[in-house]
Write a protein that binds this ligand. Structure first.
Ligand SMILES: Cc1cc2nc3c(=O)[nH]c(=O)nc-3n(C[C@H](O)[C@H](O)[C@H](O)COP(=O)(O)OP(=O)(O)OC[C@H]3O[C@@H](n4cnc5c(N)ncnc54)[C@H](O)[C@@H]3O)c2cc1C
Length: 389
């Protein structure tokens, strides 16, 4: 089999974005994405809630989101093709984090971090919340944090497809196969082995295997603390429209946002073992959850559950943050993994940062070095506190 300059293992949104940027920055680079599921039926990128926020507690995540929203607004210019216009249906009604009295200090601390990083966020007292969102019950709320711009949601699978199509138009190959092993020495990977037989020699390898990244890292003898963490999403219909409804994060941990004429919602899972079957956990949809939704939004007392789906977060159990960059010893093995439920919005920036790192020795446009692999080896967690569900 012919040699590839770069093999990307997995072509969800991370693999596709990396391949796009590699061939955008260096036309003619021979990049092969190896993908075992070209229908992307189980890929996180197909099952995402595809929302974007600036309200993180790690500045590097805010930087990635700032890049992400700018990219989404100009997606057609970046990714459009004559026969494939890019329509992402981007909407920016904001995220609204609600805090009960004991959570208000943490919300104020997060606010300081976000303002310093240039995020357009505001703290709102209960009366201001009541005026802005008359359908919201704030009787037990001490404070809210609202994104005034640059937060909302979009069509994530359409973004994924646009990255794929543009990358392939730039010459990237997609091989329908499964990577089952790697040939490696103490310092580098020389080839990936394929389920169909044979191996694919390569100059660099990218682990973009999403929730399955741990297994791919293990093929090169590398431990990566990433689990496939199932999350269920429930689709609701609400009898009354909720004017200007943002993506709402309740103090009890559930989230909710509009999706067309429906609402979608999810909560912290009741079952947390890794690799649970990809079917929604209906035990999460219980009386307590229903009551909590109806408490916060009284109109939801008359809601109807239309359907549900489940997807995997690629959960980094070490610190809930992405791992981007090379392995410190196997210098040509790169990671773009562990986004822990916030990867869709970061794919454009993370792919660019990784491509720059691979081609130019460092990420230049967005500083992401603190997300590098070294922190895992040195036991220096970079904890993201604003992880949803
Ligand atoms: C329910 C849910 C809600 C979410 N909500 C949001 C949100 O609101 N905002 C946000 O930004 N993010 C959100 N996310 C997270 C986001 O969707 C993910 O971070 C992102 O899609 C990860 O992309 P990926 O390419 O790393 O993984 P994936 O899309 O899973 O792609 C990995 C690919 O690798 C392939 N693969 C794996 N192993 C191999 C192998 N050995 N050989 C060949 N191919 C292989 C798989 O088949 C798969 O196609 C959500 C995720 C879920 C599940």
């Amino acid at each position: 089999m012919s040699h590839a300059d770069v093999v990307v293992v997995g072509s969800g949104v991370m693999g596709a974005a990396t391949a796009y940027w590699l061939t955008r920055l260096q036309p003619g680079l021979r990049v092969t994405m190896v993908e075992s599921d070209t229908r992307y039926e189980k890929a996180s990128s197909s099952l995402s809630a595809s929302s974007i926020r600036q309200q993180f507690t790690c500045p590097v995540n805010i930087r990635l989101s700032q890049y992400g929203i700018a990219f989404l607004r100009k997606a057609e210019q970046h990714l459009g093709l004559p026969d494939h216009p890019v329509a992402l249906s981007l909407q920016e009604p904001g995220y609204l984090y609600l805090a009960q009295p004991e959570q208000a200090v943490a919300l104020r601390t997060a606010h300081q971090i976000q303002k310093q990083a240039g995020a357009d966020v505001a703290l709102l007292e209960p009366e201001a919340l009541r005026q802005r969102f008359p359908w919201l019950n704030v009787e037990d709320v001490a404070l809210g944090s609202l994104g005034l711009s640059s937060e909302g949601w979009f069509d994530g699978p359409a973004l994924h497809q646009a990255f794929l199509k543009k990358a392939m138009a730039q010459g990237v190959q997609r091989l329908h196969d499964r990577v089952v092993g790697m040939d490696y020495s103490d310092t580098q990977v020389s080839a990936v082995q394929l389920a169909s037989g044979g191996s694919l020699p390569c100059g660099q390898v990218v682990n973009a295997a999403g929730p399955w990244a741990r297994g791919v890292a293990a093929m090169a003898g590398v431990q990566l603390p990433i689990e496939a963490a199932r999350r269920s999403v429930f689709v609701l219909s609400c009898p009354e429209p909720l004017a200007h409804c943002p993506l709402l994060i309740d103090p009890t941990g559930w989230w909710l946002r509009p999706e067309g004429r429906f609402l979608i919602t999810g909560a912290e899972p009741l079952h947390t073992e890794p690799d649970l079957p990809l079917e929604p956990d209906w035990s999460e949809w219980n009386d307590e959850q229903w009551a909590s939704l109806a408490h916060r939004i009284p109109a939801l007392a008359a809601l109807r559950v239309e359907r549900a789906w489940a997807g995997y977060y690629e959960m980094n159990t070490f610190d809930h943050n992405a791992v981007i960059g090379p392995h410190p010893e196997l210098g040509n093995l790169y990671f773009i993994n562990g986004f822990s439920g916030h990867g869709m919005q970061h794919a454009a920036g993370a792919g660019l940062a990784l491509a720059e790192w691979m081609l130019q020795g460092q990420s230049r446009t967005i500083a992401v070095e603190e997300l590098g692999f070294e922190r895992l080896l040195q036991n220096r967690p970079l904890r993201e506190l604003a992880v949803i569900g």
